[in-house]
Write a protein that binds this ligand. Structure first.
Ligand code: TTP
Ligand code: MG
Length: 359
């Protein structure tokens, strides 16, 4: 069956969030990163700043020289995580088969749900529109038959672009593709390829698999496949969470149970909030506690078949403490969850597993 894959990637993600939240930052070159005085680097910058040659990982001092009017704002990770979560919630209104690659990037497999009028292209358009309306940022999308082409396509008309490469155009699209555009080919590999006269994927097709392996090792096989527009990697949903826990380290050691009651109460409330927001109440299989003592030894105690009520944790803590009877540096409370992953498949890697030629 012909697969239908969407790759989505937010445009200048951190900078877009900052511009959304502060109108004064719109329309001028801005970057998110550390300050020049503290030898900071840019995490990203908006497209106005990119016109000056600025990019991620560039030292802020250098960026200021290239673009003296640059406004640099400090990262606020909490906001980006929240936006990322909201983006994923929108994706999951369309499909369960979501593989996040980073906070602002994901693959979706919509093969099963795109049918008749509901094409993959329409789904991509609907997702882009919802993110624009609900989160007030833009995401670029690529739609095609596999991860490789969808990813290249999402980058094709950035920012705020949608690029569709239908099955009958894959071959021509890939043939003309510069080698640098193949994910995994960094500047070092690209230069090496150029030295061999390999400029685009059509050039790579003239090389045998044997020759590619000889020159590029394991990555030669990837090049051989990609040059023909092939990529069999499935979209792998993120690993299912196995436990939820909270912990606290103390500035000064806690002498023992007589002292820790208010702390346990706080930690317990915090844990309940985490379970609530993960909607994991029905999946709890065990409660556990962790204690770290002032000699840095650690002990954990678990109990199965619990409802994870506060007194369960108190009992487990007492049990753990009695093993050492020493002052405590850290207390952790947690629950283990039923692994829904058992029904899906074996544990899955979280990240994109394209082997890269670069070390
Ligand atoms: P990217 O998607 O690579 O970049 P971007 O979203 O800023 O810009 P583009 O429009 O080209 O997609 O990364 C997403 C976020 O991850 C980015 O906003 C900031 C962060 N990031 C870093 O912290 N360090 C880095 O080196 C890079 C590349 C990104
Ligand atoms: Mg991005």
């Amino acid at each position: 069956m012909q697969r239908k894959i969407i790759h989505l990637d937010a445009d200048c993600f951190y900078a877009a969030i900052e511009m959304r939240d502060d109108p004064a930052l719109r329309g001028i070159p801005i970057a998110v990163g550390g300050s020049a005085e503290r030898r900071g680097v840019l995490t990203t910058c908006n497209y106005e700043a990119r016109a000056f040659g600025l990019h991620s990982a560039m030292p802020t001092a250098q960026a200021m020289r290239l673009c003296p009017s640059l406004t640099v704002v400090a990262p606020q990770m909490g906001k980006y995580r929240e936006a990322s979560k909201a983006m994923r919630a929108i994706f999951s209104d369309f499909t369960e088969i979501i593989e996040p690659l980073s906070l602002d990037e994901a693959y979706l497999d919509v093969s099963e749900i795109s049918d008749g009028d509901l094409t993959a292209t329409r789904i991509a358009k609907a997702i882009r529109q919802r993110i624009r309306e609900e989160l007030h940022i833009t995401v670029s999308a690529g739609v095609s038959v596999n991860k490789f082409i969808a990813k290249v396509a999402s980058d094709w008309k950035k920012p705020d672009g949608l690029t569709v490469v239908p099955p009958d155009q894959v071959d021509a699209f890939v043939a003309a593709l510069p080698v640098k555009k193949i994910p995994g080919v960094g500047s070092v590999t690209a230069e090496k390829m150029h030295r061999y006269g390999l400029r685009n994927c059509a050039d790579i097709r003239n090389w045998s698999l044997f020759e590619l392996r000889r020159r590029f090792g394991k990555f030669g096989l990837v090049l051989h496949e990609r040059a023909r527009g092939r990529d069999e990697r499935p979209v792998q949903p993120a690993r299912v969470r196995k436990s939820i826990s909270v912990e606290r380290t103390f500035d000064e050691d806690i002498s023992g149970p007589a002292e820790w009651a208010p702390i346990i109460e706080q930690l317990y409330t915090h844990l309940m909030e985490r379970i609530e927001s993960a909607k994991a109440w029905n999946g709890i299989t065990k409660a556990f506690i962790k204690l770290k003592f002032n000699d840095f030894t650690t002990t954990t105690v678990e109990r199965v078949g619990t409802k994870a009520i506060e007194t369960d944790f108190q009992q487990l803590l007492l049990e753990g403490w009695e093993r050492r009877l020493q002052p405590v540096r850290l207390i952790g409370l947690g629950v283990r969850l039923l692994e829904e992953g058992d029904q899906i498949s074996a544990p899955l890697p979280f990240s994109d597993s394209t082997p890269s030629a670069e070390v």
